[in-house]
Each structure stands twice: as structure tokens, then as C-alpha cells.
Design a protein around this ligand. Sequence first.
Ligand code: ATP
Ligand code: MG
Length: 381
Amino acid sequence: MSKILGIIGGGQLGMMITEAAKKMPEKISKIIVLDPTENCPASQVGAQQIVADFKDKNAIQNLAEQSDIITYEIESGDSDVLKSVEDKAEINPSPETLKIIQDKFLQKSFLLENKIPVPEFIEINSFNELQEGLKKFGFPALLKARRDAYDGRGNFKIDSQSEVQKAYDYFKGQKLMLEKFVPFKMEVSVIAARNTKGQIKTYPLVENIHEENILRETIAPARVMDTISKKAEDIANTTMSVLKGAGVFGIEMFVTQDDQILINEIAPRVHNSGHHTLQSSETSQFEQHLRAILGLELGGVKLLHQAIMYNILGSKNFEGEYLPIEISGDNIFLKMYGKKISKPLRKLGHLNVVGNPEDSLEDLFKKISSIKDKVETNPLN
Ligand code: ATP
Ligand code: MG
């Protein structure tokens, strides 16, 4: 029987989930997204939209009444509200899994309990505990908001004693944790899937390059030795088996100077570093997510072509409508998210550059650098 899919969040991730869902009409007959912005990206590609805040209890109930199955593209949903509508629709990943993941301290505690390697961390409930923690970890250290952080906005890197008060004040009223700074060699991630029946698959390790805390590009596969990829993929597998969530998860990790893998954080949803799978892999992460939550056999995760994903971010110089971005070429795939307004560093689209078998990663880098200028955002007038 074909199902009605509800998605909390209709931004670019909801949009690409919607597009994947549209390709499986025998499994999904209709898509409804809940998003506060009218004409959100997902609604532009065929999802119905309930215009309401992500945390609006009535709207979530309304969505649950209309849907057979609910998933999300954001991790900040209210897990208690979701729990209360579980009798109306199946929710995946489950509200219990979401509850653990959406609080960075609970998430890391859970990983540690399951012997999965993470940076050293402690809970912070007072200024005094922060001072004690810094004595233990030394400088620099990262003070992090436990909840609702994104694009690095919930982090404060404390470099010296003189910044401690400022860092503490920055997060006034929020629940906090302190983490030892990891002087990593590389940031990497694994897109992992687990279906409702417990089948697990992990995509090959990719490398992530951030600029000002925002993902700039993803390189697939990561430029590391096979032993390191294997280690990271094993850790991702173990994580999925203890977490028991159904769906696709983005697992962000650090490769340390001595080639250890530490998990930085898990996103309980499709992830920006998995966008390359749209053209590079046997199954895209969006289709995989649907397969996972519908309890279908998971698709293949083989990387068929090496690829670089380059995020199209709003120019730092202006906010407003922007000139349309167009680019085409051999093995160049542009995806714009239908956002009308550019804001500094806002994610507006991405570009996948995919390799022919004879191309080297170097060739792909050259290709990307020759087209970067063409995807800069410029004011419409
Ligand atoms: P995002 O939405 O981009 O995932 P976020 O707000 O959830 O960001 P984190 O993923 O915790 O924040 O951290 C953002 C970036 O800060 C990481 O990608 C990494 O570059 C850096 N970072 C985080 N924790 C540490 C650490 N313990 N040591 C060194 N760098 C860190
Ligand atoms: Mg992160």
C-alpha cells in the first residue's frame, strides 16, 4: 500500500527527500512538509505544506493525523511532542533516538557508554565547573551549547583565560558542555543507514572541508589510507547498531594526528556531506533514507565515481535577491534549492562534479576551481 509521508522541515534536505519520494509512487503517494517559510524548497517540488513552526504542537498533531509515516530533516524537533503522536503515525528515526542525538551531551555520553571513541568532554552547569574543566583540558577548549546548534553557531573556542567569562556569557541560559580541542588532521564523515528491520549499510568515508564552520566541500572518497577508512566505517557501523534508529544518519568524525577516529557528532538525518551520492553512488542518500524508514531492503552504497561536492553559499557582501545561477557541462550537476533570498553564507545550492574513470581527483579539483567563480551569488539589481 502506498503511504503518505510527513516531513518536519521543508528546506533543501526535505526538498531532496521529496524528489526521491516522487520517484517511488508505488510506495509513497503523497508528501506533506511542515515548515514555517511559505513556499519552502520542498513545496516547490511537489510536497504539500503546512505552514507552521517546527515546534508547533497543533501543527505536528495535524501532520501526524494526515500522514502514515513521519520523518524529519532537522534535529531540533520536540521529541516529547513527537512521542505523543506516535499512535497516529510511525515516526522514524524514533523520538527516543532523536532525544539522545539532539542533546550533544547525551549523545556523547551514549557513545562513550558504548565504547565508541569521542573527544574528552564534560557537562557544564556553572562558571565554576567551566573553570575546573578548563584546568583539566587546558586551552584551547570548546564550549558548546548542548542543543539547537548548527553551522558552528553553538560553539565557542576558548583560547585563553581572558576569554572564559566572555564565552560563558555568550551562552547565557543555555545548557552547556565543554570539550577538549582536537587538533585533527582531517574532518571526515560516513553516511550510514539502518532500516526498520535492522539492516545496516555505510557509505564509503568522505572528507569534509569547512570554512568558517560551514561545510564548503566534500571529497569522495576521503584522501586517507584504506585502514583509516575501514576504521571509520566500522565505527559508523557499530554506532548504527547500538543506536537502533531507522533512517539515514550523518556521522561526522575527526582523524587525529595519530590516525585515530573520534566521532564529533551525529546528525539523525540526511546530511550535507552525502549530497554527492545523488550522482556518484549506487543509491542516493535520499532514496536510502526512504528505503530505511519504509523497511525496504537498503540499496547499494558503492561509490561508482569519485566526486567533489561544492556548496553554493550566499555571498558575504549582500542580502537580497540574486542573479540566477546557471552552469552546465560534462559531469557537472548543479542543484539550486529555490531560495529567493541570498544571505551571507546561506546554503543556496550545491554543485556535484563527478569523475570519469580515467579522471584523477586532481582533475576534479581543477574542474571545480575553473567554475567556482560562476557560482558566486551576485545581487539581482
Ligand atoms: P554543524 O551544523 O556544521 O554540524 P555544529 O554547530 O553542530 O555544526 P559541531 O559539529 O559541533 O557544530 O562543530 C562545528 C565544527 O567545529 C566542526 O566541524 C569542527 O571543525 C569544529 N570542532 C567541533 N568540536 C571540535 C573539537 N572538539 N576539537 C576541534 N574542533 C572542533
Ligand atoms: Mg557538526
